[in-house]
Design a protein around this ligand. Structure first.
Ligand SMILES: [Zn+2]
Length: 286
């Protein structure tokens, strides 16, 4: 799932490549992806792309201050920039992975695609991005929050730090992958309770959040949008690295599985060398 660094890189790419161009046509192929009906997609035609912004994990393509294409890429969505489209024929609804296509006046443009059968990519055509429910609920940006705001937000929610850090209403932008990386850098167990974190631990968590996200943004920005996905994986130390050595201490990266997802961590760096209970694994052993 694209998180803050990937979405920031997509916005940066669009700022360089699409701002100043006019929209020829906005075509919707996956009707279910479009969550709004007024204004209609035809309202985008003739509009100039004036900016591209990020709100948490949402991408906001600005077509003048009173028209925004706000996108949540969900689990398997992505944005592919095309220098040219093979055909000028409109997209046929329900065919292929392309959910939405934006054609610009220089013949280039971009496709929003979604792989897999579980379709949850969401597009909102709105006058004001704050009217998108997911955007309205966002907490302060995880990368922009100063130490005091960050500490206040983390302490505002009681629970396991992994869940609190990925709660978009607490802080916006961090998901499953980067929370694994941030907790590893902060040397915190994903199951540590926010109510028991010391000031030093919260400070380390803030530093790790800033460092991990800043590093990931700089690695992602400048890459061609189509290549960003591969780039994201190469910089990770624990996420999606179960069974591989921790690059910091050499211990084996371990995993805890849940129904829909899993987390990875290093026991030596994060949990005093003790493996965390994995309910799925212990069920198998028993
Ligand atoms: Zn380690």
């Amino acid at each position: 799932m694209p998180e803050l660094p990937e979405v920031e890189a997509l916005a940066e790419y669009l700022r360089r490549r699409a701002v100043g161009r006019r929209v020829d046509r906005l075509e919707v192929a996956a009707i279910s992806a479009l969550k709004t009906y007024d204004p209609a997609p035809t309202a985008a035609a003739g509009r100039e792309v004036t900016d591209a912004r990020r709100h948490g994990k949402f991408l906001d393509v600005v077509l003048g201050e009173d028209l925004h294409v706000v996108v949540h890429l969900a689990r398997a969505g992505w944005l592919h920039y095309r220098e040219a489209f093979g055909s000028s024929a409109p997209l046929r609804p329900g065919k292929g992975p392309v959910a939405l296509r934006v054609r610009l006046d220089d013949g280039s443009g971009f496709d929003l695609t979604e792989a897999g059968t579980q379709k949850s990519l969401a597009v909102y055509l709105v006058a004001d991005p704050a009217t998108v429910p997911g955007v309205a609920r966002l907490g302060p940006d995880a990368l922009a929050a100063d130490p005091a705001t960050f500490a206040e937000r983390i302490r505002s929610r009681k629970g396991q730090v992994k869940g609190v850090l990925t709660d978009q209403t607490v802080l916006a932008g961090v998901g499953n992958a980067y929370s694994d990386e941030i907790l590893h850098a902060a040397k915190l167990s994903p199951f540590a309770l926010t109510s028991r974190l010391t000031d030093e631990q919260i400070g380390a968590l803030h530093d790790a959040t800033r460092d991990v996200l800043t590093d990931a943004v700089s690695r992602s920005v400048g890459q061609r949008a189509a290549e960003l996905k591969g780039e994201k994986r190469s910089g990770l130390k624990v996420h999606a690295r179960t069974g591989l050595p921790c690059p910091v201490c050499g211990d084996t990266v371990r995993e805890v599985s849940f129904a829909e997802t899993s987390l990875q961590y290093c026991p030596t760096c994060q949990t005093g060398g003790k493996p965390l209970a994995d309910r799925r694994l212990s069920r198998l052993v028993r």
